[in-house]
Design a protein around this ligand. Sequence first.
Ligand SMILES: *Cc1c(COP(=O)(O)O)cnc(C)c1O
Length: 403
Amino acid sequence: MTDYQYLSTRAVHAGRPAGIRHGPLVTPIVQSTTYLREDVDSPVEHAYSRVSNPTVDALERQLGSLEDAPPAVCFSSGLAAETALFLAILKAGDHVVCGRAIYGGTQRLLEQVLSQFGVEGTFVDSARTEHIERAIRPETKLVFVETPGNPTLALTDIAAVAEVTHHAGAILAVDNTFLTATLQRPLDLGADISVYSTTKITEGHSAALGGALCSRDAELLGKLRFIRKSTGGIQTPFNAWLTLQGVKTLPLRIREQSRTAEALAKLLSKNDHVAYVNYPGLPDFPQADLASRQHDQFHGQVVSFELVGGAEAARHTLRNLRLCSLVEHVGGLETLATHSASMTHADVSPEQRHAVGVTEGLIRISAGLEDVREIADDLEQAIAEAHRGSSDAARRGPWATAV
Ligand SMILES: *Cc1c(COP(=O)(O)O)cnc(C)c1O
């Protein structure tokens, strides 16, 4: 599928057609909706940009190459990609088994949109393969998991889940947005489809929405292209170009940002005001063995932690941040902080939130490319300040604010 053995080389070169020795070094943006043809029945490579576009093609070659797969199918967003996936595989009467620690938008799409078309779903703790196995029914066509889960980073054993899924004759899709093919290779572990929101670490600069589906199954890829052409969710040439440029540094960025996340996780573990830290690279992570088997040396840019002081401490800490940015996003160049309970999981009921470990005192950090010492200082000062603030409030007593 590609001329190059190593991912770093592929990331830089796989978008370009092999053997071209002239013309622009950087893939041009072909900003045209349509394409000239010689004659009414002459064969054409591209006819209309809702179907295909040369810049989008280049991104598809590049992303497919990272997975040792044929060209990916790229979409205008991660959720557009997931929509196409569901439409390609499911029909009325079918059933989906989905991990519970899943992106909120994926859950909404299944629960509130697909359900209107007669597709049923069961959400289970995908960290427990036996729970997936038990939820599978004769009408189950798709198992969809995200690993590491969001924001608790609980892992799903892809190889084990692939086995029970295939035993039932269903298809396994793995949302690989957080780790990407650089650190985790779902197709090698038996999954049928890798799902991406390229909006996150793949593009990496918080500048372009995008989604992609990778598979080694030519028939499935054909169905996905047919659904994309029929529903119109293709990536735009400009966003494809931004993503192409971003992917060139993806292996470099994700390793560096993972190193920083791991250092922050270790530091936060020693902080007295932190109750616990979720990071697959910590030696006491409950699934440390699986993490070292399933991930390639690094464990991603996302780390989450629970503050001793709960909701109030989390809100104060986020308010006190000076360098880190409070946003609903991961995988940018800047260090990003999120209060999952009130931001990404605001639509989810408190009971469901607690069931997946999204507690009120939980903060999610996506490590950026700043110097790790400055990120650490910022987090530590914000946590310390929040603690001082709440102990002052405790000393003043409950009436203090009314004075
Ligand atoms: C953001 C995200 C999505 C959705 O992608 P969009 O590009 O925002 O539509 C899906 N899965 C995960 C894990 C995400 O983080």
